[in-house]
Design a protein around this ligand. Sequence first.
Ligand code: G6P
Length: 472
Amino acid sequence: MASDVSGHGAQVLVASNRGPVSYQVREDGSLHPKRGGGGLVSGLSAIGPDAGALWVCAALGDGDREAVRRGVGESGVRMLDIPADVHADAYNGIANSVLWFVHHMLYQTPLEPVFDAEFRRRWASYEAYNRAFAEALAEEAADGAVVLVQDYHLTLVPGMLRALRPDLRIGHFSHTPWAPAEYFRMLPDDIARQVLTGMLGADRLGFLTHRWAEAFTDCCERFAGGLGGTRVGVHGLGADADFLRTRSREADVEERMAALREEIGTEPGGGPRRTIVRVDRTELSKNIVRGLLAYRQLLDDRPQWRERVVHVAFAYPSRQDLAVYRDYTAEVQRLAQETNDRYRTPGWTPVVLHVKDDFARSLAAYRLADVALVNPIRDGMNLVAKEVPVVSDAGCALVLSREAGAYEELGEDAFAVNPYDVVGTAEALHEALTLPAGERAERAKRLAAAATALPPAQWFLEQVRALREPAR
Ligand code: G6P
């Protein structure tokens, strides 16, 4: 497959805010690289090392900036040292505080958003940051290269790059939902148009589900005079079954399973307790607070579950530069504490909450899951919903928000919830917990099959191939 892709000659470039590697300055002054994972990493490695692929990303922290200055780097990666204040305004001020809020419909509208002069100032940084990417890509790309631009951070890049390099095949992929037109038009008209025409500079746009692709198309028809010649495609990123199954059997995962079993404890009669597992980055869209409220409702409505179930909730820090994120994390911790204070018994802690990121422990929780709780307000896909059924030892039941992209593919075998309906979610948790073992295993098998239908490498190669098809 790799030679098939590289055999067609064109070089492949990827552009994203966060790159595949980040650097930390050690006490002795040396730089320590940390490599990340994810769909793009597997995709690029599937192309093979000979294809001359290049990943353009932003320097995010001091370590990254130092690496750029010292000329330290990995082959195939170019980090852009965009001025820190420009990057902060673009990333925190626009991408995470405006575009993320719009696409996930997170505003509390009586007071926000306010598109004032400060917003315009930040927007100028967002433009400058997008321009830095477009210029670097224009400089690096070989004749007729394929460029895959990622996400809401870089919506203006396709248009800017098209103007600089009309010879390139440009794709853009959205890993988030797309806002419905009625919500999207909250943005000032000129900004909304700029975002849409920026994206429409691409030959082809990719989305995770039909729902988001249709919302985007609708926005273009209403606010930008249609799609023009840009094609729109859907690629539902799946879980990486081979990697997950292998990785989750390693010794560090087993160790963490033992530690978690200790924390979970056993029922008064000695039998194993049930687990409701959730693993999230603590983003405002993940709805962890209502998840905890639903669990509390379950303990209120169905006292038979007291001492027989534990809610294992991992809420890993995300975007802690933003005060609303820090407040949200604090609220998650407060609510978990309050629930434990109210219900705990000498041998039972109702909520086991961990906030320190630990991938091996996440896999351990997946393996122990009886029920997976995935209840986002809105989510591009949600890979946790796809990963837990693949990894869980006994086959888990899935309580899944109908607003997650994954619902399009997994809805039939999941317990669907309206993420705002706490009573309904509590009821779904009860049903999931009482699902007979045989049926649960069968459902989990079907969930795992649907979840792994489009593994990351294939997801990536499909997009490269589609971009190379004769255009327009
Ligand atoms: C989530 C979204 C992606 C996005 C990423 C950025 O995972 O699904 O669309 O690119 O967040 O996260 P970061 O930590 O870089 O802000």
